[in-house]
Design a protein. Structure first.
Lengths: 243, 243
DNA sequence: CGCTTCATTGACGACGTTCAAGACATGTGG
DNA sequence: CCACATGTCTTGAACGTCGTCAATGAAGCG
């Protein structure tokens, strides 16, 4: 399913404060409004195929997508999770070697690659914000390398749930308990954490049995004490929530 | 040991073609020459401490350094390897959460953080090159995530040696055999590959016993058939050497 | 020459994978 | 409304890879 919409108002955009356009002045924003196109994908749809020519770049407005790296024999590793305001694509390169797959239904705000790359050259606001976003992605990737290389299965699952909870907390801060929905199935969780789906499932179960988390549905988790969960994740860093 | 040297000629710099300054015109290069300082570190020296305020940014001119992420209990993961022309540091952030350690003796070309960040704002040549470098680092980090999450110990070690060999090949292309020196000890190899030093050592040994590689010293490896090594690494990608 | 650091190798055990079966939820058609 | 199919999740049992602990050897240095 493909649906295109045009000319939504950039000033009211829900991701404007964090996306690649966040440093643009009103005049530049007007320019972007003429260039941009919205597009939606259904859960499970492949948004970008590895080895295929890249035609568009843009921002994820709504939903969750994953960046998948596959080996010849089928082994799969999720090397990035795209959430609203994250940038999609790789300027300056014809092709990428990973697929981007919609995990939930997804809406993107996109530009043609050529137009965006021209903008990148001419607009310091876009260029410098793009650099910031890329540096943040790099930090996140390195954080994940520590997880993949050194954490136990239990710590991996705890870290994942903590990560989701942290993003949810930004909105509804308050008490110590939170309820969140995991955007991934056990199988995708495994692919993200460098585990099998069985191990992922087992670790969710043990965390549940020990009272660190409570399961409402398989995808819905209530966390009575965030501190306890963060402790299981194994990093000293609790995300600054209890600083 | 700290030694400072100034005013070397940027035009003759060995990393000028790839470093953050590679897109600068002669006039900007003159500006850089006034700002820059050289500094050397001995093998093993910590160049940047986690949690400490960043004062300088720059480029690695000579040697090898590693970016180390440590957990409270001491578990260590190397999340990046810095080679000549790679950029050192994190513009736009006061602190980093990893150490940067000189693996061999190292020479860097550095600027004060404040000055470099001003340059980043005013010079499109520096800004856009910086973005390219960061995107490349991100690609490399994701490649490594696949290795850490999904490859076997054998594949990890093969991939590492293949990576080193590939960089060596750029200079002396020709026959099918190459001899390279591994810049890391078995222990650091393990930290880089998400393995213990024993497993790293064992896999080097088995690759040797099977004739995939030959050991001249513990750090010096001769590869009779690069194709065979790349096959062990598990990626379809052979680096385009046999395209 | 002893000290230190690095590399190799062996024995053993733990953690996570693999293979397999069953539970649960949701949707479809008779 | 129930039978049946599909996909996800859970749980069990056996196996294997890799980590742990330990001993030994090789190389560099004061």
């Amino acid at each position: 399913m493909i649906s295109n919409t045009k000319q939504e108002d950039c000033a009211n955009c829900p991701i404007h404060h964090r996306a690649v356009c966040s440093k643009c002045e009103p005049d530049e924003l007007g320019l972007l409004e003429k260039m941009k196109t919205y597009r939606t994908y259904e859960a499970g749809e492949v948004m970008v195929w590895a080895e295929e020519r890249i035609t568009h770049l843009g921002s994820l407005v709504d939903g969750v997508a994953s960046i998948n790296r596959t080996m010849e024999d089928g082994r799969l590793q999720v090397v990035g999770l795209l959430l609203p305001s994250d940038f999609i694509g790789r300027p300056g390169r014809e092709r990428v070697i990973y697929d981007i797959v919609a995990v939930t239904d997804v809406t993107v705000c996109q530009f043609t690659k050529a137009e965006f790359e021209k903008l990148l050259k001419t607009s310091p606001a876009v260029g410098s914000r793009m650099l910031e976003l890329t540096l943040d992605e790099l930090d996140a990737a390195r954080e994940w390398m520590l997880l993949l290389g050194r954490k136990t299965a239990r710590e991996k699952v705890a870290t994942f749930i903590a990560m989701i909870a942290r993003r949810a907390m930004v909105e509804k801060a308050g008490g110590t308990g939170v309820t969140v929905t995991l955007p991934l199935t056990r199988s995708s969780m495994g692919d993200f954490l460098g585990l099998t789906l069985e191990t992922a499932s087992r670790q969710v179960s043990t965390l549940k049995n020990e009272g660190i988390i409570e399961l409402c549905g398989p995808q819905t988790v209530h966390i009575p004490d965030l501190r306890a969960l963060f402790a299981e994740a194994g990093d000293s860093d609790d995300g600054g929530l209890f600083a």
